[in-house]
Design a protein around this ligand. Structure first.
Ligand code: NAI
Length: 329
């Protein structure tokens, strides 16, 4: 099939080309994101392949449909950027990569926790400058700390397993208790108990109407003073303005983000020669107890190879009229 591959990046093109040797699709790599302005670039293609910050809203889908695009192949797990109702009404199928390496994201969660705690990012710079002072680098033992995980799906459960290895007490909240929770040693909990008891809170649930700004003034007020908050899921789970206010009051003592609610204007591009216009994001950067990575939790070679294999197999299944096992309904 002829596929318009939006938001393509150098780190993935070679991997997709190699995986495509066995699938034989025509991949047209475009370095622009999919949005209302760029949707016309999908003309003469059967499918679009898109990533987390491409916008497949109703207007974009109308344009795609008018050009006979029949498939939206997400090369990610989340699908909050696709208007599923509009896609269904236009007869466009939507497929995704439900799992490619939950370990990649769970391990990045630990990287954020450990870096914020032990301040290795600051220590690295100090030592390189010949500053061997330890002032300001005090951490805490993870052993014995209570970690609250919101969302106990693939990533949440692996994060819990890793944390148990550190000797943490793990509380977990989900809309449905997974059967693995007891065996891993997760104490299934309601949200208020989790907020009140956790030294560290990490978000692993999807973004939807129920979870938008789940972390807000009211939920932060229920958290322990000095809590560490980690978000590797989707930016809009957090009301960033509320979190900034809690950081200023030192209610939240550490913040680790791999995602940001306005990230589509920033992430996945080199803006180092420009002035950042997002004042909320700039305020976050000014805190030395805030660590931000640019949506890279998925970025391991294992994960990207799995993403390429599954995305292209999804497209082949569609082309051959096979059952779409990864269809988003
Ligand atoms: P999953 O679908 O396996 O698990 C999500 C869990 O959240 C499910 O158990 C579900 O029941 C639960 N959930 C749904 N609504 C909830 C609510 N209102 N409150 C609490 N729990 C709720 O998904 P997976 O693979 O574990 O991914 C989790 C998140 O990580 C997703 O938001 C995904 O978009 C994000 N992600 C981020 C990546 C990154 O690079 N930063 C890469 C891959 C995923």
């Amino acid at each position: 099939m002829k596929v318009a591959f939006f938001s393509s990046k150098e780190y993935e093109m070679g991997i997709f080309q190699k995986a495509n040797e066995s699938q034989g699709h025509e991949l047209n790599f475009l370095d622009v994101p999919l949005n209302v302005q760029t949707a016309v670039l999908a003309k003469n293609h059967d499918a679009v392949c898109i990533f987390v910050n491409d916008q497949a809203d109703a207007e974009v889908i109308k344009t795609l449909s008018s050009m006979d695009v029949r498939l939206i192949a997400l090369r990610c797990a989340g699908f909050n950027n696709v208007d599923l109702v509009a896609a269904s009404q236009s007869g466009i199928k939507v497929v995704r990569v439900p799992a490619y390496s939950p370990y990649a994201i769970a391990e990045h969660t630990l990287a954020l926790i450990l870096t914020l705690n032990r301040k290795t990012h600051r220590a690295y710079n100090r030592v390189r400058e010949g500053n061997f002072s330890l002032n300001g680098l005090m951490g805490f033992d993870l052993n014995g700390k209570t970690v609250g995980l919101i969302g106990l799906g693939k990533i949440g459960l692996i994060t819990a397993q890793i944390l148990k290895g550190f000797g943490c007490r793990v509380l977990g909240y989900d809309i449905a208790k997974p059967q693995e929770a007891d065996a891993i040693g997760i104490e299934f909990s309601d949200l208020d108990t989790l907020y009140a008891s956790s030294d560290i809170i990490s978000l692993h649930c999807p973004l939807n109407a129920h979870t938008h700004h789940l972390i807000n003034d009211a939920s932060i007020a229920k958290m322990k003073r000095g809590v560490m908050l980690i978000n590797t899921s989707r930016g809009a789970l957090i009301d960033t303005v509320a979190v900034i206010s809690a950081l200023k009051e030192e209610h939240i003592k550490y913040l680790g983000l791999d995602v940001y609610e306005e990230e589509e204007h920033l992430f996945f591009q080199d803006l180092s020669e420009t002035v950042i216009q997002d004042d909320v994001f700039s305020r976050l950067l000014a805190f030395n107890n805030v660590l931000i990575t640019g949506h890279q939790a998925f970025l391991t070679s294992n994960a990207v190879e799995n993403i390429a294999d599954t995305s292209l197999e999804n497209i082949t299944d569609f082309e051959q009229g096979d059952n779409l096992i990864n269809e988003v309904l």
